[in-house]
Structures are given as C-alpha cells and as structure tokens.
Design a protein around this ligand. Structure first.
Ligand code: X8Z
Ligand code: ZN
Length: 624
C-alpha cells in the first residue's frame, strides 16, 4: 500500500451506532476472529483500489484523476468506519495476542461518520495534494536572465528544478528570489487546509481521540504522552550537537556572503542553506568545508555518477541510479526487484503533464506490485533518496506475507529509517569498490566526511521535530488559522535557528510549501528515523563483523547484516516495535547513543572551531 493511503485509511466511529447495535449474547473468540478475517479481506481490496487510483492521480494530476482517487479513499474510509464501529462488540474481550493487536490497530482510525463530510474530507485532501504537485514558480525574463535553468519556455520551474537551483546557486539575491517564488504556491491552500483540519479532527473526536494530533501520536505502542516525551528525550541528547553545527555553519556563511548572512539575532537566513526548507544542508558543504583537512578534497559524487552512468537518456539515467540502490540490497542477499518495478515506476518527470514530484515508494497491490515515483536527477541528493525509497519497497515486499494489519513498518519511523541505514554505508570504501572514486581518503578526511554527513543528518533534526509540533498545535486548536504562519516561524526560529529571508505575514502560508503539509503525511516519523537509522546501522555493522570507527563502516555485501535486516523487515507491524527493535539492536527504545558515537569526533572538532573563532553558540528569538 502507498504510505499515504495507509494513513488515509485512518477513519472514525459514530456514537449513535453503539445504540443501534442489537443486543445479542456475549460474542465468542471465534466470532471476533471471523469479524477480523472479513475486515482484513475487505480492507485489502479497498486499499488496493485506493492505491491504484492514488497512483494514477499522483502521476497524472487532473480533475478526473483527483475525483477518482478521492472516491476510492472515501470508500476505504467509509468501510473502515463501519468496521471500527462493528469492532466495539468485541471490546474488553480476552483475545489471542495477534487478534487483539489487529483490533488495536483497527481502532487507530477516525474520520467523520457523516457520509457528506467524509466525501468532503477526501476531496479536500486529494485537492491539496494536487495543488502541491502542480506548484510552479514562473520566473520573469529579467529574473531568469543569466540563471542556468532547464525549465520550459515560460521559465516555469517545478520543485525538482528548484531543488537543483537552491543547491547550486551561490547568489543570495537569486536564492531569495527562488525561495519567495516557490512560497507563492501555498497561500491558495490556506482555507482548504483549515477545512482539512476541521474535518479530520471531527473524525478523530467521533472515535474518542482529543484531536487528530492525539490520534497520530497513538500509533506507537505507548501512550501519546509517552511518545511526546520520547521525542523530547532524544532531542535533548542531540541539541548540543545541532547548536555547535549551527554556529559553525553560520560563521562560514557570513565569511562567504557577508551581510546577507549576518543577522544580529544569530539566526541563519533560510535561503542560504542549499535547500528550499533549510532541512538538510549538505549542498553547502563547499562553503563550510574545513580548511585544515590536509590535501584531502571532497569527492564530487554527482560528477562521478554522471561519468559512470554515461551519456544516456534521462530515463535510462534514472533507472541506472536506481540500480545502485537495488545493488546494495541484493549484495545483502535480497532478491532483485520484480520486472514490473522497472516497467511501472515513474523514474523521471514526464514532459507533458503534472505529477507529484516528491519522492515516494508504493506497493499498489500489497503484494509484489512495487513502484518508485520520483523525478530523478543524477546528483548526490537523489542518490541518497533512491536508497531511502528502495528501503520502503524492500520493507513492503518483506512483510507482504503478513496479515493485512501487520503489513506495515514496526512503526512509521522504522519505515523511514531502512533505506537511510543502508545509505550510511555509502562510505569511501564502498564508492571505491564501485569505481566511483579512485582512492580511499586518508584518515584526516574523517572530519570533512563527518561534516558532510552531519550537514544532512544533524541539521535535519530540529526540522524533523518542529513540523509536527506545528501540526499538533494546529490540530489541538492552540494555533488558529489566523496564526498559521506566525506559529510556523516561531517554531522554525526556536528549533532550527533559521529566519525567513523576507518579512512574512498571514497573507502567506509557508507550511503549505512543504510537501507533507498539503500531503497530510505525519512528520515525526522522519525525526524518529534519523535516530533509528544509526541504531540499525550499528547493529548491521556489528553483524557484518566490522571493527573500527562507526563512520567508516560499510556492510555492503554482508549476508549476515542482510539476514538480520530481513528478520526485522519480515516481522512488519506484527509486534510492538520495542520488541522488533530489541531483536535487531539489543535495545528496546529510541536511543541517540549510536548517532552521538558516530559524530563524536566531529562534535569535539566543532567545539574547538567555534571556540577558536570566538563564535557565539545559539541565537535569540522573540519567543525564546
Ligand atoms: O519525504 C521524504 C521521502 C519520502 S518518504 C523522500 N523525506 C522527508 C522529506 O523529504 O522532507 C525523506 C527525508 C525527510
Ligand atoms: Zn520515506
């Protein structure tokens, strides 16, 4: 199932239905089992229909495909509602553990029970997704003059093109122009988003949750309060590392850009970090590279990939980039992807229609119909993203034999972490084995290499945390629609220490310019994944017999690491994630330890640099 459909399969249950349930004899375990069997059969069929419709919509956005996808989601949600209501009969019964767990998972659903409202919810939700997919920034002739874009004749750029320009441009004026241009796609989403929040909350409430945020936080085999506390605990462990990185990067950006990067409050302007959302900063490595790394010069992965892939069509290039990811998994002992994956995936942006370029991985029939949907460009970011997405696909295939309710990640953070834990093995050793680089860098390259990784991994943490902090406030009503943008920037300033490049107001709707808000995809999963992936990576390095500093480990080709991973993947969501994690890593909780171990040398180095440069660590915000 497509991840988003899985989450849309979150439905509701009306109170009046309880009263309508005829009074019968106490139900038996056999009846509960029969009820669940039927539920799984029905939901599988409806989820597959919704998955197929969602695929066509995401790869060909039109009013018709939106209507078809919304209708299929409506059918899925309506049936889910009926089942959650029907399941009330079995509440409180002593059931075999697997059956009990399936009922628990079924109850993690809640959408409005009024048919009109559920229809409206799926329409609003599909339409927001389409608005993001269709989003473009059309540059004026003057703005585009001198800029290297491969946009179409009207100079209209989709997010795939903008990603490249944000990564490569070193002109603060141009970066600001692109940032402002893209953020114009979202004000028209504001009203619809506010309605989505109302409708989704109504559903959650009908089913006994305080609001949609609480419903989302309930899916982690612990209470919602415990879940929030887990996130805070991990963030507290990692925040000092983020702060040092922030201070160092800010210092280097000021050296490069001068006044354009220098704010008296100590924050970094959000357009200067090589990424539209300042969520990952690896693209500005060249600006912040250490000057004391001896003769080591960072390799240019993009150039190396392009050279090896050769002068082929963009589609061939996209497939070849994907093959690197598949090759890693097969080296661990996994079967190659099915032929249909290569036939049915969307590897590149089609020339003549709107699609959702934001990368995703699908299993359209919850069996072997695996697909990737990307608008691939051959560069370092998409190389990582391909591994990320294939992690989803290999997970989907591994748990496909589980019953329907267990065909999912142990939790959604696991799903997001698999491919990334593989991508951590893209070390110089690995790149050398693939003939992408000629020489293994010397030991003094470790700090630069760790810095390059930290710019993506550590820089992401506060962003990964704040997106759902914003949404939880919105769902709970603490943040009202008239404060959407103010609350957004308060969190971005507080957690990330980044500031908007130009004045913002409630005429803007900046959250809507980030896919997961209009896409309605929960985001705490990515924060979890940033931490879990180092736990998984360490476990697989250990399984492969690797000894040495964690950041140099690659378990490429290790069948032992692969077997360990496969055991975790095959289990799907059949057990509480704590048990699955324990079997994999020996630990039963989210643990920042391996991530901190990985970056320990860099942390020491950053502190030395910041002290030597007399840099103030931290920043001031009005809300702090
Ligand atoms: O959305 C994604 C994946 C698809 S699940 C490409 N990611 C987050 C993002 O882009 O914001 C991966 C990293 C974080
Ligand atoms: Zn993902």
């Amino acid at each position: 199932m497509h991840l988003k459909s899985a989450l849309l399969a979150v439905a509701f249950l009306p109170v009046f239905a309880v009263a309508q349930t005829p009074k019968t004899a106490a139900p038996t375990v056999a009846e509960a089992q029969a009820f669940m069997d039927k539920a799984e059969t029905d939901l599988l069929a409806l989820a597959n229909e919704a998955g197929r419709a969602a695929w066509v919509q995401a790869t060909f956005i039109t009013d018709d495909t939106e209507a078809i996808a919304a209708k299929a989601d409506e059918r899925l949600l309506t049936r889910t509602n009926e089942l959650v209501i029907g399941a009330r009969r079995f509440k409180g019964m002593k059931l075999p553990p697997d059956l009990d767990r399936k009922f628990m998972l079924l109850r993690l659903n809640g959408s409005p029970t009024d048919p009109k409202l559920v229809a409206e919810l799926t329409k609003v939700s599909t339409s927001l997704d389409g608005m993001y997919g269709k989003g473009k920034y059309c540059r004026t002739e003057a703005a585009a003059a001198g800029a290297s874009t491969d946009g179409d004749q009207k100079n209209c750029l989709g997010i795939d093109d903008l990603d490249v320009l944000m990564a490569k441009s070193r002109d603060p004026k141009e970066l600001q122009e692109l940032w402002v241009g893209w953020h114009k796609i979202s004000p028209p989403m504001r009203e619809k988003y506010a309605r989505l929040v109302e409708l989704s909350n109504q559903g959650a409430r009908e089913f006994g949750f305080r609001d949609t945020g609480e419903l989302w936080r309930s899916g982690y085999d612990m209470t919602p309060e415990q879940f929030s506390a887990e996130l805070e605990r991990a963030w507290t462990q990692l925040e000092p590392l983020y702060q040092e990185l922030h201070a160092y990067v800010r210092f280097k950006l000021i050296q490069k850009y001068g006044a354009a990067a220098d704010r008296p409050d100590g924050m970094i302007p959000a357009h200067l970090l090589g990424n539209m959302w300042a969520q990952e900063w690896g693209n500005v490595y060249d600006i912040v590279a250490p000057t004391d790394a001896g003769s080591f010069k960072m390799y240019d992965l993009e150039a190396a990939l392009n050279k090896q892939i050769g002068p082929v069509s963009p589609l061939e290039a996209g497939k070849k980039l994907t093959k690197y990811g598949e090759g890693f998994f097969t080296s661990l002992g996994f079967e190659p992807l099915p032929a249909t994956f290569w036939e049915r995936s969307q590897f590149i942006k089609p020339r003549d229609r709107d699609v959702v370029c934001h990368a995703s991985a699908w299993n359209v029939d919850n069996d072997l119909d695996l697909r990737l949907k990307m608008c691939i460009k051959v560069n370092a970011d998409d190389f990582t993203t391909v591994h990320h997405e294939l992690g989803h696909n290999f997970y989907q295939r591994a748990y496909r034999k589980q019953p329907f309710f267990f065909r999912d990640g142990a939790n959604d953070g696991f799903h997001e972490a698999i491919g990334d834990s593989i991508a951590l093995s893209i070390t110089p050793d690995y790149l050398k084995q693939l003939n992408l680089i000629d020489q293994i860098p010397p030991p003094e390259a470790d700090i630069p290499l760790q810095l390059r990784t930290a710019l993506d991994k550590i820089a992401f943490l506060p962003f990964g945390l704040l997106i759902d902090k914003w949404r939880w406030q919105v769902f709970s009503g603490q943040t009202k629609p008239e404060d959407f943008n103010r609350a957004w920037w308060e969190l971005r300033e507080k957690y990330q220490g980044v500031a908007p490049p130009v004045q913002r107001s409630e005429a803007d709707f900046d959250p809507g310019a980030k896919y997961h808000i209009p896409g309605n995809v929960p985001y705490a999963r990515y924060f979890l994944a940033r931490v879990y992936q180092f736990q998984f990576y360490k476990a697989m390095c250990d399984a492969s017999g690797y000894k040495g500093p964690l950041n140099r480990c690659s378990f490429y080709g290790s069948k032992e690491a692969g077997a360990k991973l496969n055991t975790m993947l095959e289990a799907g969501r059949s057990k509480p994630w704590q048990e699955t994690l324990k079997a994999m890593t020996g630990t039963d909780h989210l643990d920042a330890g391996p991530m901190i171990e990985y970056f320990q040398p860099l942390y020491t180095w950053l502190r030395q640099q910041n002290a030597a440069n007399k840099v103030t660590v931290g920043w001031k915000t009005e809300s702090k």
